[in-house]
Design a protein around this ligand. Structure first.
Ligand SMILES: Cc1ncc(COP(=O)(O)O)c(C=O)c1O
Length: 365
């Protein structure tokens, strides 16, 4: 029985408040037992050997790549249709992001586009499939290309906590998985936070060291690391959210099914495609429409908030264009003009979904 939902809702479960107060009263704010407990529970829930809690999803991607030795001169393959932070850690490490196109139905990295880019790149070293919106990229096909070319695979699972494909959980197929707990995500830590997961003990140990100033057990700074630690209060919240996230994702799926059923007869709307073997967690419910801005305005007039994730493809941001050569990615670029995120959260009622769908029907009448 769920007694509360997420932090976009003001209600916070009593046990979460108590857990945070306990941390504050303990005076132990960092490097305490709750971070370790959160890591162990997260790893167990994913079915991997190691989880390393960090200060953000961006840090999780960065530390996984850094621990794998990715750096200057390396090419790292990233889909164009993603949030900026799938690519920025690559540049921060001095490596080169090579952008590849996405599949027009699932919006995730297109394995054929990846294969073409790998064949043409200098020093192919790593790939970052992104499980955008809570769906899952074709990790098996991507992993096959990665194995052939000895690429390190970090699954950007920042939007896909416990999504799965063919029974495999997001983040567990590649060498490492990265998660974000930013407050709008399917689960949060009551602030910023992230988690990197892996089955590789050496990689995990290096990530632990790098997140804590590159410091080894003996107190000597062995590598140049910075501070990417997660706080105890955040771990306390994360543990409570972990108890509930699957339930919330089930509610998101139910809302998504209702949207898709209700919008099936509106010809102008393309609803999300979910492959039969994918358990989507619907971080976002994104439709495609020809006249996005007009529909968004029409919905706003009826008090329906929508969003665009993302209006600018990752490879076209000034911070990227000024640093690397960027290709044309036709699918990514056409999506950016057509996508619209409808309201999606675990408290969404059937009546609210119906209200949004009726407004969309009215717009297209
Ligand atoms: C796909 C994707 N990658 C990376 C990130 C970065 O996560 P964070 O905001 O926790 O640094 C996010 C979250 O915003 C994301 O959605």
């Amino acid at each position: 029985m769920v007694d509360s939902v997420d932090f976009t809702d003001i209600r916070v479960a009593e046990d979460t408040i108590e857990a945070v107060v306990d941390v504050l009263e303990s005076g132990r704010f960092v490097k305490g037992p709750l971070v370790e407990r959160f890591e162990n529970r997260f790893a167990e829930t994913c079915g991997v050997d190691h989880a390393v809690a960090v200060s953000s999803g961006t840090a999780a991607i960065l530390l996984a790549l850094e621990a794998a030795g990715i750096g200057e001169g390396d090419s790292v393959f990233v889909p164009g249709h993603t949030f900026f932070a799938s690519a920025s850690p690559v540049l921060a490490l001095g490596a080169t992001p090579v952008f590849v196109d996405v599949d027009p139905e699932t919006y995730t990295m297109d394995p054929d586009s990846l294969a073409t880019a790998v064949a043409a790149a200098d020093n192919p070293a790593a790939v970052i499939p992104v499980h955008i919106y809570g769906g899952m990229a074709d990790v098996d096909a991507i992993d096959a290309i990665a194995s052939e070319h000895d690429l390190f695979v970090v699954e950007d699972s920042c939007q896909a906590h416990f999504a799965s494909r063919d029974g495999a959980t997001a983040g567990t197929v590649g060498d490492a998985g990265a998660f974000s707990f930013y407050p709008s995500k399917n689960m949060t830590v009551g602030g910023d936070g992230g988690m990197a997961i892996t089955d590789d003990a050496d990689l995990a140990e290096t990530m632990r060291m790098l997140r804590n100033h590159g410091r080894g057990d003996e107190g000597v700074h062995r590598r140049l690391g910075l501070n990417y630690r997660l706080d105890e209060t955040n771990a306390a919240v994360g543990l409570r959210q972990l108890d509930r996230v699957r339930d919330w994702s089930e509610r998101r799926r139910a809302a998504a099914r209702r949207y898709t059923d209700r919008l099936a007869d509106v010809d102008a709307v393309t609803t999300p495609f979910v492959p039969a073997d994918v358990e989507h967690v619907f971080h976002l419910y994104v439709i495609q429409v020809p006249d996005r801005e007009a529909l968004a305005d029409f919905l706003a007039d009826r008090n329906v908030d929508t969003g665009v994730h993302y209006p600018t493809p990752a490879h076209q941001h000034p911070a990227i264009v000024s640093r690397v050569e960027t290709p044309e990615l036709p699918v990514t670029e056409s999506l950016c003009d057509r996508i619209l995120s409808l309201p999606m959260h675990p408290r969404l009622t059937d009546a609210e979904v119906d209200y949004v769908c009726s407004a969309i029907e009215e717009f297209y009448q």
